[in-house]
Ligand binder design. Structure first.
Ligand SMILES: [Zn+2]
Length: 75
C-alpha cells in the first residue's frame, strides 16, 4: 500500500466524519429546534399591538381594541 493510498483513505475517513457530524446536527436541530410560526404572529392595524393568535381562532382580533390585525413581519 503506497503513501498516496493511505492519504486518500484518510481523506475519505475525515470527509465521512464531517458528513456524519453534519447529518447529526441537522437531524438534532430539526427535531429539537422550534420557532414561532410567522402567520400566527400578527399586529393590530389600529394600535400596533403585536400578539399571538391561537391556532383555533378563525379571525385574529386585537385583545386590546378588537381591531383588525394583519400578519406581522419583523423584516
Ligand atoms: Zn389593537
Amino acid at each position: 500500500m503506497s503513501t498516496s493510498d493511505i492519504l486518500l483513505s484518510y481523506t475519505f475517513i475525515i470527509l465521512g466524519i464531517a458528513a456524519a457530524a453534519y447529518l447529526y446536527h441537522t437531524v438534532r436541530s430539526r427535531s429539537m429546534g422550534w420557532e414561532v410560526s410567522r402567520p400566527r404572529l400578527v399586529r393590530c392595524s389600529s394600535c400596533n399591538r403585536v400578539f399571538l393568535v391561537r391556532r383555533q381562532a378563525p379571525v385574529a382580533r386585537c385583545p386590546r381594541c378588537k381591531g383588525v390585525s394583519s400578519a406581522y413581519l419583523s423584516k
